[in-house]
Design a protein around this ligand. Structure first.
Ligand SMILES: Nc1ncnc2c1ncn2[C@@H]1O[C@H](COP(=O)(O)OP(=O)(O)OP(=O)(O)O)[C@@H](O)[C@H]1O
Length: 250
């Protein structure tokens, strides 16, 4: 798989978003190496969805740059869109199309070579077979989430943006979906940026955690580093320390 030489999968510099005169995110600076999994953690309103939305190209930044595999996303998006994809509960797939039709449309948009074969393998891996030919609007929340993840993987992305990917899944399904994402990461050396409120998910999947507070990075480290810095044995307690302003080790 052709990962560009030494380029970060994603690099943001001075990225910010303001609504009117209220700054809600940034300025943020961070990079994701290929194959890495980074969590964006933060309380409600901390800026996770806005940050992911800007990197997806759905929200226009107020300041800053976003580079994906070395290309400027805002100026040169068509050079990189084929190498990235996203999943977000805020982006609904057309309800009247069947799951198969929806996946076919996205497969065509991304110019996927054997679309039908790809749909088959995603249906197998994400257990979509029972409802492949049902209207997407008639699925349960958990089924829709699996379809959204299938859509996000249809072009074998090397940069994947996930906004609470397992929020509506039962614990068993969430667990094997995480396994599927991890397998995708390993197979395609895919970098993943993941917003989550699920600390178990973050500990399992992520090698780095960005703790957002009021739109800026309040702390940054691997799960193990953060646990050590705050003298905690789980990320939930670290999260509470950051949210409540209790400083880490000096
Ligand atoms: N379109 C908008 N206009 C004005 N303010 C907005 C808009 N979208 C988001 N915000 C504000 O930006 C801030 C960050 O919101 P964001 O949705 O990014 O937070 P979040 O970390 O994803 O929160 P949650 O965990 O609740 O999903 C919030 O204060 C929110 O009210």
């Amino acid at each position: 798989m052709s990962s560009s030489t030494g380029e970060p999968a994603l690099s943001v510099r001075g990225l910010s978003k303001a609504y009117g005169n209220r700054n809600v995110v940034g300025p943020l600076d961070f990079s994701l190496p290929p194959g890495s999994v980074t969590a964006l953690l933060g309380g409600n309103g901390a800026g996770k969805t806005t940050t992911i939305g800007m990197v997806m190209g759905l929200i226009e930044p107020t300041t800053g740059s976003i580079r994906v595999f070395g290309h400027d996303l805002l100026r040169d998006r068509y050079a990189v869109l084929g190498r990235m994809n996203f999943e977000s509960p805020y982006v609904d797939l057309p309800h009247r199309l069947t799951v198969r039709q929806n996946l076919r449309v996205f497969g065509m948009l991304y110019d996927v070579p054997d679309i039908e074969g790809k749909i088959e393998s995603l249906a197998e891996g994400l257990a979509l077979r029972d409802f492949l030919d049902r209207q997407t609007g008639r699925l349960s929340a958990g089924q829709k989430t699996r379809v959204a993840i299938a859509k996000a993987l249809i072009n074998d992305p090397q940069l994947l943006l996930l906004d609470e990917p397992t929020a509506s899944l039962d614990p068993d399904t969430a667990d094997w979906v995480r396994g599927h994402l991890e397998a995708h990461r390993a197979r395609h050396n895919c970098a993943i940026l993941l917003a989550s409120h699920n600390m178990g998910e973050v500990e399992r999947l992520c090698d780095r955690v960005l703790m957002l507070k009021e739109g800026v990075i309040a702390d940054d480290g691997s799960p193990a580093e953060l646990l050590a810095r705050y003298g905690r044995d789980n990320l939930e307690d670290v999260f509470l320390d950051v949210a409540r302003g209790r400083a880490g080790a000096a």
